[in-house]
Design a protein around this ligand. Structure first.
Ligand SMILES: CC(C)(COP(=O)(O)OP(=O)(O)OC[C@H]1O[C@@H](n2cnc3c(N)ncnc32)[C@H](O)[C@@H]1OP(=O)(O)O)[C@@H](O)C(=O)NCCC(=O)NCCS
Length: 342
């Protein structure tokens, strides 16, 4: 059984190197019969391969797919045969470290299409395979070719708008998963997993290999690798600590029905039904005073010892400055009106 498959339409630079690839209908664990058709129509040799396909090959491929009953993929292959941009058929026999740009793009698509969860796909070494590009209203452009394209556009009476300069494009140019609201689409990168029922407000941000399981109101930052449980809210400007630079190696996550207050932050994974007071940043080494129901001190421990424990309320005592933790008796109820996506 192969790991993944996709027919993609992409962009190459003047050297014929892949810059990015759009896969409209990626498939996880494709049937062996489908892979056999890739073998016969496109000379697939096994393993992980990104095969650039000609129009003629794509017609032949489409016929084979149609005979198999893979109508959607057959139609896609036929449409791709008309493409003015290069077409690639990518097969990942296994989830090994990617070795080409089309492979990385397929992996990122799997997550944003909700076919794989963050941490469910091997993404080691992807930065080296993702070129830093100008993302423009005329598509992705190699930075070495940008000035010429800008000049050409002006000469022809157009303006080339550079929306971002980055290794990752915005997710919504590739897929808008069902049942989401995203106020500022630039703030969700391809490779994000945006669960059904999630609203991302302007201040919210979701990195690749990170996201939400389901209903959530996101007004803060979900760093790479971080997953937010169903029914949890991230308040305005709050922060979840990433593991990419200096954030230690604990993988941060947020359980279900949690609230990170505005401008709060976490450097430990939170269990279910936890609240962090607005403005309080808990790092893993933060010393926390555990209080009982009468607000009496039980003990002082490090925040990392409370990692993933449920029903906790963290706050900074406004009189002493000490970080305190109590039982969270008023786990939040999500504001239904705010969460309605449709
Ligand atoms: C931490 C938080 C959840 C506490 O809210 P709460 O459970 O409703 O608590 P209350 O404000 O009713 O306070 C309960 C008691 O604790 C006290 N208290 C609350 N925060 C305190 C603090 N930081 N230090 C000392 N005492 C505090 C209150 O004064 C009150 O005392 P009382 O019993 O003498 O009246 C709330 O302050 C908070 O930060 N919410 C986040 C909201 C948010 O940011 N949403 C996202 C918007 S984008």
């Amino acid at each position: 059984m192969s790991f993944a498959f996709g027919i993609g339409i992409g962009t190459q630079n003047n050297q014929g190197e892949w810059l990015e690839v759009y896969y409209q209908q990626p498939i996880m664990t494709p049937d062996k019969a489908l892979i056999d058709v890739v073998e016969s129509a496109l000379d697939y040799q096994g393993g992980n391969q990104a095969i650039e396909a000609s129009a003629e090959q794509l017609h032949q491929f489409a016929n084979g797919l149609r005979q198999l009953g893979q109508t959607d993929q057959a139609t896609l292959a036929e449409k791709a045969a008309q493409s003015k941009r290069p077409v690639v058929v990518t097969v990942l026999a296994s989830d090994d470290t990617a070795s080409s740009t089309p492979e990385v793009y397929l992996k990122l698509h799997l997550i944003s299409h909700r076919l794989a969860k963050p941490h469910g796909v091997k993404l080691d070494g992807i930065f080296g395979l993702l070129p830093n590009l100008a993302w423009t209203n005329e598509g992705a452009i190699d930075l070495n070719e940008l000035a010429d394209r800008q000049l050409q556009a002006r000469i022809e009476g157009r303006t080339l708008e550079v929306k971002s300069v980055d290794k990752f494009p915005q997710m919504t140019d590739y897929v808008v998963p069902k049942g989401v609201r995203i106020a500022d689409t630039a703030r969700v990168r391809l490779g994000a997993y945006v669960g059904e029922g999630t609203t991302v407000m302007h201040e919210g941000f979701i990195n690749f290999n990170a996201g939400t399981e389901g209903t959530s109101m996101i007004e803060g930052r979900i760093s790479a690798g971080v997953m937010i449980g169903k029914g949890s809210d991230l308040g305005g400007g709050c922060s979840t600590m990433g593991t990419l630079s200096g954030g230690g190696n604990i993988i941060i996550s947020v359980g279900e029905n949690c609230l990170l207050g505005a401008n709060a932050g976490i450097g430990i994974p939170l269990g279910d039904r936890c609240t962090v007071e607005a403005g309080l940043y808990i790092t893993s080494g933060t010393k926390v005073a555990l209080l009982d129901d009468n607000n009496e001190l039980v003990e002082v421990i490090k925040a990392r010892d409370l990692a993933s424990k449920p029903d906790l309320l963290f706050r900074r005592n406004s009189q002493t400055g000490a970080v305190e933790c109590k039982t969270n008796k008023t786990a939040i109820e999500l504001n239904e009106e705010l969460h309605a996506n449709n």
